[in-house]
Design a protein around this ligand. Structure first.
Ligand SMILES: Nc1ncnc2c1ncn2[C@@H]1O[C@H](COP(=O)(O)OP(=O)(O)OP(=O)(O)O)[C@@H](O)[C@H]1O
Ligand SMILES: [Mg+2]
Length: 254
C-alpha cells in the first residue's frame, strides 16, 4: 500500500469532551513526502487533532487512514509499529542519561526483543554505531556523552528528534517543535526538520508562522475545531478569514 498519494488521511474525525466538540468533522489529506502544517489560534483543536491522528485519543467520529490502511481502531503502540510516530511521545528524554544512552534506549525499545541483554556483543556494537549515526544526523555528535539535563533547550529538542528517528518513522508528527525557543535555536531546529523530512512525511503543529512559511508544503488552518481553509503559505496568509481568526484569538503567532 506504499504507493498511495497520501501518507495520512483523516476523514470526518471528531472528538467530544462532554458536550463540547474540541475537533469537529475534520478532513485532512497529507501528501506523501510533504511537510504539512496544522495552524490556528489557541484552542483551535490542533493538539487534540494530533492526539487523534496518533491514537493517543480515541476519535468520537471518523476514520484515520495510514498508507491506505484504516488505523482508526489501533492503539498508539500499534500505530507506531506501522510507522507513524509523534515526537516527544516516547522521549521527554531521560535527564540522567547521556545523549548516546538516550538514543540507545530508543533504539532498544524500537527493536523490542531483538536487543535483549543476552544479545551477542556484535549486536551491541551495531546498536552503538546506529546511535552515534543518529546523533550525528541531528548535529549532536559532540554532545554524545553529555547528560540530557545539561543540554541546551535546542539540543534537547534535537535529541528528542533523534530518539524519534530511532523508531524509523515514515510519518513523523511534531507538536510545536520550536515552542519556548530563542532565536538562536529556531533556525537549527528548522533546518533539522527540513533535513529529516527528506525521506519521510511530516505533520507539524507550529505557532511560529515564519517557521511554518519556511517549512510547509501545505497548511491546514483550524478554528474552533473545524477546518477553516487549506492551502500553501501564500494562500493561507492572505486569506481574510485566516487573518480574522488570528486577530480574534491573538496568540504568539503574530
Ligand atoms: N481533555 C479535555 N477535556 C476537555 N476539553 C478539552 C480537553 N482537551 C482539550 N480541550 C479543549 O478543546 C479545545 C481544543 O484544545 P487543543 O489543546 O486541541 O487546542 P490547540 O489548538 O492545541 O491550542 P493551543 O494553541 O493553545 O495549543 C480547547 O477549548 C480545550 O480547552
Ligand atoms: Mg496545542
Amino acid at each position: 500500500m506504499a504507493d498511495t498519494e497520501y501518507a495520512l488521511e483523516a476523514r470526518g474525525i471528531g472528538k467530544r469532551f462532554g458536550e463540547f466538540w474540541a475537533v469537529n468533522n475534520v478532513d485532512l489529506k497529507v501528501r506523501r513526502g510533504a511537510i504539512h502544517a496544522l495552524i490556528g489560534p489557541n484552542g483551535a483543536g490542533k493538539t487534540t487533532c494530533f492526539n487523534l491522528l496518533t491514537k493517543t485519543l480515541q476519535p468520537s467520529t471518523g476514520k484515520i487512514i495510514l498508507d491506505g490502511e484504516d488505523i482508526s481502531r489501533l492503539r498508539t503502540s500499534d500505530v507506531a509499529k506501522k510507522g507513524m510516530v509523534r515526537s516527544f511521545q516516547i522521549s521527554a528524554t531521560f535527564t540522567d542519561l547521556t545523549a548516546l544512552q538516550n538514543v540507545r534506549v530508543a533504539l532498544q525499545s524500537s527493536h523490542g526483543s531483538a536487543w535483549r541483554f543476552w544479545s551477542p556483543i556484535s549486536s551491541i556494537y551495531k546498536l552503538n554505531e546506529r546511535a552515534e549515526d543518529l546523533l550525528e544526523q541531528v548535529g549532536l555528535a559532540d554532545a554524545r556523552d553529555m547528560k540530557a539535563a545539561e543540554l541546551s533547550y535546542g539540543k534537547k529538542r534535537a535529541l528528542e528528534i533523534a530518539t524519534t528517528l530511532a523508531l524509523e518513522p515514515k510519518v513523523m508528527l511534531l507538536d510545536e517543535p520550536t515552542a519556548g525557543m530563542g532565536h538562536e535555536d529556531i533556525e537549527p531546529i528548522t533546518e533539522l526538520i527540513r533535513k529529516v523530512s527528506r525521506d519521510r512525511t511530516i505533520v507539524i503543529v507550529e505557532h511560529n508562522l515564519s517557521v511554518v512559511s519556511t517549512l510547509s508544503d501545505r497548511i491546514t488552518v483550524l478554528q474552533a475545531g473545524q477546518v477553516l481553509m487549506e492551502g500553501n503559505y501564500a494562500e493561507v496568509s492572505s486569506d481574510e478569514r485566516v487573518i480574522a481568526a488570528y486577530l480574534g484569538g491573538v496568540d504568539d503567532a503574530a
